[in-house]
Design a protein around this ligand. Structure first.
Ligand SMILES: O=P(O)(O)OC[C@H]1O[C@H](OP(=O)(O)OP(=O)(O)O)[C@H](O)[C@@H]1O
Ligand SMILES: NC(=O)CC[C@H](N)C(=O)O
Ligand code: SF4
Ligand SMILES: [Mg+2]
Length: 456
């Protein structure tokens, strides 16, 4: 998952983008970048690292202009290298394009193989690059038509912000897997993955970019086109469960309220006799609050979060994840000793967090440790922009709930049911992608699709 942000018509576009990316940092921690246009010339800067480490005042001052596009990356196709940092910039036929993509294409390999056979030279190992090549190929027909043609060819998840020297364009796949919204600030426009970035820069939320829509923003305002027909949406439900920030509104709903409903659903399905409820912070907090309020059980912060560690699940290597989980969450002996506790977390993916942290809680002298997960078991890989890679890495793909309980050394392990998840989503599961829980993929995926498919 990545975070994307765009600005049109604000004299401090680079600064606004810096703040926007800062607010979207939870969506990608590997690299950050932006491209800025003053109406004629496009300048760019990208590097590995977090937003405040990549940019400083001096770098931002070298990016003048009123149009900008920015990106924070969490890789899903292609390794973590500066070359693979976005926005991806090219100059073709005298026109510079900078593209920021959130999502993952499922047919990038096929498209790339075909384009290479026709002589295209690729610079990165990202799926996102094929979009730029397709745009360049069709550019004679004008940018909107070129995007439309590209949208006919690419399959999978894409929320995209594209910068041209005099325009900003946003487009979104017909299923709308990833969020993308439009806001207004001081007469200018902003486009963002999540509304939390609009709040930070005091922009007013206008609406979401519609699935299948192409939205052009230029001197004359907004121009909306139908890119491809959107027959059915497949909003990523995992955005609500884990990915997005709780203060954001995505797919028309607030994330915090959604997560609380997940916790309330767990309380209905799995009321437990324990002394208190505690979350694995951060994203376990909101379902834990919902569970505690619905059951009437006390709520405690039994583990404390170190604020100098980011998200652990989205780190690209196992070694980094293991280390970070230890540094990140530390139990409070005083609170836990002699107690029966219900630990709530939003998800159990590889088991990295729970395996070591349950042990650490046990060592404090806690009497019983039960775990409540506010989504069903994740049994199938995601190919649409979340790095749940091979089924082998997914703990629930090969093991029963009882086997996982034993592996994690828990007294009890309970997942929210699929029905419970759908109920929390208002009862209409059809609007959502649920593939990692059900194996029913809204966009077909060919066998053997892997993160490093473009590396060879
Ligand atoms: O089973 P695992 O493979 O450990 O993955 C799941 C865990 O990772 C995530 O937390 P993360 O630390 O990434 O982010 P958070 O601070 O938002 O909870 C998620 O909230 C779970 O706690
Ligand atoms: N998670 C994402 O949205 C990543 C975008 C793109 N697939 C990349 O790997 O860079
Ligand atoms: S498979 Fe899961 S994580 Fe991937 S898009 Fe669908 S709901 Fe989201
Ligand atoms: Mg977590």
């Amino acid at each position: 998952m990545c975070g994307i942000f765009g600005v049109f018509g604000h004299k401090e576009a680079a600064k606004l983008t810096y703040f926007g990316l800062y607010a979207l940092q939870h969506r990608g921690q590997e690299s950050a970048g932006m491209a800025v246009s003053d109406g004629r010339e496009v300048r760019e800067y990208r590097a590995l690292g977090l937003v405040p480490d990549v940019f400083d005042e001096e770098i931002l001052s070298r990016l003048p202009g009123h149009i900008a596009v920015g990106h924070v990356r969490y890789s899903t196709t292609g390794s973590t290298t500066v070359k693979n940092a976005q926005p991806f910039c090219v100059t073709h036929g005298g026109c510079t394009l900078a593209l920021a993509h959130n999502g993952n294409l499922v047919n990038a390999h096929e498209i790339r193989t075909e384009l290479e056979a026709q002589g295209s030279i690729f610079q990165t190992t990202m799926d996102s690059e094929v979009i730029v090549h397709l745009l360049a190929k069709a550019s004679r027909r004008g940018i909107v038509e070129a995007i439309r043609e590209a949208m006919e060819v690419i399959r999978g998840a894409y929320s995209v912000v594209l910068l041209l020297p005099d325009r900003l364009i946003a487009f979104r796949d017909p299923h709308g897997f990833r969020p993308l919204c439009l806001g207004m600030v001081n007469g200018g426009y902003v486009v963002s993955s999540e509304t939390c970035a609009l709040d930070l820069i005091q922009a007013q939320y206008l609406r979401d970019i519609r699935p299948g829509e192409i939205l052009v923003i230029d001197e004359n305002g907004l121009h909306s086109y139908e890119g491809v027909k959107s027959e059915a949406t497949a909003y990523c439900i995992f955005e609500f469960i884990y990915f997005a920030r709780p203060d954001s509104y995505i797919f028309g709903e607030n994330v915090y309220a959604f997560r609380k409903r997940l916790g309330q659903g767990l309380a209905r399905e799995r009321p437990l006799e324990v002394d208190f409820v505690m979350p694995f912070p951060d994203s376990g907090n909101y379902a834990a609050i919902g569970y505690a309020q619905a059951t009437g059980l006390p709520f405690e912060m039994g583990v404390i979060r170190n604020h100098y560690v980011g998200r652990t699940f989205i780190q690209p290597s196992a070694g980094m994840r293991d280390f970070s989980v230890r540094v990140k969450l530390n139990p409070v002996r005083e609170i836990l000793r002699g107690k029966r506790v219900a630990v709530v977390d939003d998800s159990l993916v590889r088991g990295t967090t729970s395996r070591t942290r349950v042990k650490a809680i046990r060592e404090t002298g806690a009497l019983e440790i039960h775990m409540l997960i506010s989504c069903p078991p994740i049994r199938y890989p995601c190919f649409y922009g979340i790095d749940f890679p091979t089924p082998g890495e997914l703990i629930a793909a090969k093991h029963s709930v009882e086997e996982i309980r034993r592996y994690l050394e828990l007294d009890g392990l309970y997942y929210l049911s699929l029905e419970g998840l759908i109920a929390a989503a208002g009862g209409d599961g059809k609007r959502f992608c649920l593939a990692c829980f059900t194996g029913e993929y809204p966009v077909p995926v060919r066998e053997g699709l892997r993160k490093d498919i473009l590396e060879r």
